[in-house]
Ligand binder design. Structure first.
Ligand SMILES: Cc1cc2nc3c(=O)[nH]c(=O)nc-3n(C[C@H](O)[C@H](O)[C@H](O)COP(=O)(O)O)c2cc1C
Ligand code: SF4
Length: 451
């Protein structure tokens, strides 16, 4: 049996830069990967494309109808891994299957949320699992054309996915009359340019159409007015990657891997002040303390101070709260934050929360697409206020102004980037207000107190 250290050694010897590690509990997406077995033969040897064959009745079975596939995904409790956690089977059932014109399937591999680095690893080390998941989704919704929109700054991942597409086409899994059936599906890769906002689904569609990547007003939603104005279903890379396992093992088995309403496993990108940062695939509902332990614990000699549990837009939680949480949508929401994309940013007691918020606020100011005034202007106000406090030039009223600006952005914008900029500010004020006030009072950065 290959040990984690050996797998890591193989990567390092090959000069591969990755945050992939062989440290998982009950892996479904990351099972048996070693860094070099991404190709179609290896994928088939791991049971790959069997779900597709079963659906099409290619191995002696009767096959599955579109309704049966959607019902299985609904039963699995799979929730979208792109951030909002919307139930995938339900989303698929919104697709108007009888629509007479073109319908589209889109995979969102834009992955720009700070802290998130799972989709690029899935595409690099297991690209066929995404391709198979997309083919199954296309079959279930009666879609004949799909795109995978891949983040602009990871060109080697794009090339890997293109290579996998070629293999799948040559093997008859993509194209006209898949495996001799009456079902056809054309799948293409599309290279984005690296803007965070293009991960928002309607901005992504605009960008895919060749326009400036700016979000659209909703409704209408993509299910009725999506790519080129046609019905479109968009899911995250990790969402599609879960589908082959669900079809092979059944919806109930997937649900049982996690906890009610939070089926299956989830990949968490653990970064920050831990000994072994990386991607970890664990069952939904795994205690945060267990995930932290997998990642080697907090840096030696330090105490846990706070955690951003779901990517930079999810509200920060102090150590005392996160240590009581399990890693699933419901537990993290109950604690006042969001599981989001599963990017777990760990901060130890050396971290200044004012500086942390300053960096987050700068990101959102920089990434605002500028369409709506509260976001365009408000993200700049937030950054300037936090920067002023951090420089020791804060004024007594600044905390109220910060809270007021954040409150006035929330719910008043076209897309959720405005909320994503405001929520971290409000959470920092809620949990770490004394740190900000001390800096305003004393004019110099303070030693960060433990939470
Ligand atoms: C500013 C912003 C950025 C987003 N970035 C991503 C992203 O990089 N990847 C992603 O899958 N979803 C992202 N989303 C969420 C998508 O809009 C969409 O909800 C998701 O792709 C749906 O897939 P799912 O149901 O499988 O989660 C983003 C949303 C917002 C508001
Ligand atoms: S909220 Fe911000 S990013 Fe979203 S559409 Fe408005 S200005 Fe653009």
């Amino acid at each position: 049996m290959t040990t984690a250290a050996q797998v890591l050694g193989q990567f390092q010897a090959a000069g591969v830069e990755t945050c992939f590690h062989d440290r998982h509990i009950a892996p479904q997406i990351y099972a048996d990967l070693n860094g070099s077995n991404w190709g179609i033969k290896d994928y088939e040897a791991r049971g790959g494309y069997q779900a597709l064959r079963a659906i099409l009745g290619k191995d002696g079975g009767e096959g599955l109808t579109q309704d049966q596939v959607i019902a299985t995904v609904k039963e699995s409790g799979l929730r979208g891994r792109g951030g909002a956690g919307f139930p995938t089977g339900l989303k698929w059932s919104f697709m108007p299957r009888q629509f007479p014109g073109q319908k589209y399937l889109v995979c969102n591999s834009d992955e720009g949320e700070p802290g998130t680095c799972k989709d690029r690893d899935i595409l690099m080390y297991n690209p066929h699992i995404v391709i198979e998941g997309m083919i199954i989704a296309a079959y279930a919704m009666g879609i004949s054309v799909g795109y995978n929109y891949i983040h602009g700054e990871i060109f080697q991942v794009y090339e890997r996915f293109e290579a996998a597409l070629e293999e799948a086409r040559a093997a008859g899994y993509l194209g006209n009359g898949i495996l001799g059936s009456g079902f056809s599906f054309q799948l293409h890769a599309h290279h984005g340019f690296g803007a965070y906002i293009c991960g928002e689904e309607t901005a992504l569609l605009e960008s895919l159409e060749g326009k400036k990547g700016q979000p659209r007003f909703k409704p209408p939603f993509p299910a009725s007015f999506g790519l080129y104005g046609k019905p479109t279903t968009i899911n995250n890379t990790e969402t599609f990657a879960a589908v082959p396992w669900i079809i092979r093992n059944g919806g109930a088995a997937y649900l049982a891997c996690g906890k009610p309403n939070n089926g299956g496993t989830k990949i968490f990108s653990v970064s920050g002040d831990v000994e072994r940062p990386g991607n970890y695939e664990v069952p939904m509902g795994t205690p945060f303390a267990k995930l932290l332990e997998l990642a080697g614990g907090v840096r030696t000699g330090r105490q846990l101070k706070a955690v951003i549990p779901g990517g930079s837009s999810s509200p920060v939680l102090p150590a005392s709260i996160i240590m009581e949480c399990t890693m699933d949508y419901d537990s993290i929401a109950k604690a006042g934050s969001m599981l989001g994309s599963g990017a777990v940013i760990v901060m130890d007691d050396s971290r200044c929360m004012v500086e942390s918020l300053k960096r987050l606020s700068y990101f959102y100011m920089h990434e605002s697409c500028g369409q709506c005034t509260p976001c365009r202007e408000g993200t700049g106000w937030l950054w300037r206020l936090v920067d002023r406090i951090h420089r020791g030039e804060g004024r007594p009223a600044d905390m109220e102004v910060l809270d007021s600006v954040a409150s006035n952005i929330m719910g008043r914008t076209i897309c959720a980037l405005g909320d994503a900029a405001a929520m971290p500010v409000r959470a920092m004020i809620k949990h770490f207000r004394p740190e900000f006030e001390a800096l305003i009072r004393n004019k110099t950065p303070q030693a960060a107190p433990s939470a």
